[in-house]
Design a protein around this ligand. Structure first.
Ligand SMILES: [Zn+2]
Length: 72
């Protein structure tokens, strides 16, 4: 079957993972893309908070536990 690309409205096979016209990923529903973006923002916010918390601890002269270096 033929479907329409949600980005460029070009014709795409409805089983295609990528639009042949614009090259964008069309297999992932837009709601999931938005949720992913939101999770990325939350992650960045938490990383900022963590960095600030570490800075406060450092300012107090405390030593951080060695395992905190492997947080990634
Ligand atoms: Zn397209």
């Amino acid at each position: 079957m033929v479907a329409r690309c949600p980005y460029c409205t070009g014709e795409v096979d409805d089983r295609a993972l990528v639009c042949a016209t614009c090259g964008r990923d069309i297999a992932v529903p837009e709601a999931l893309v938005r949720e992913h973006d939101e999770l990325i923002r939350k992650r960045d916010r938490l990383r900022t908070e963590l960095a600030e918390a570490r800075a406060r601890l450092t300012a107090r002269g405390r030593r951080l536990a060695p395992r905190t270096g492997a947080a990634e």
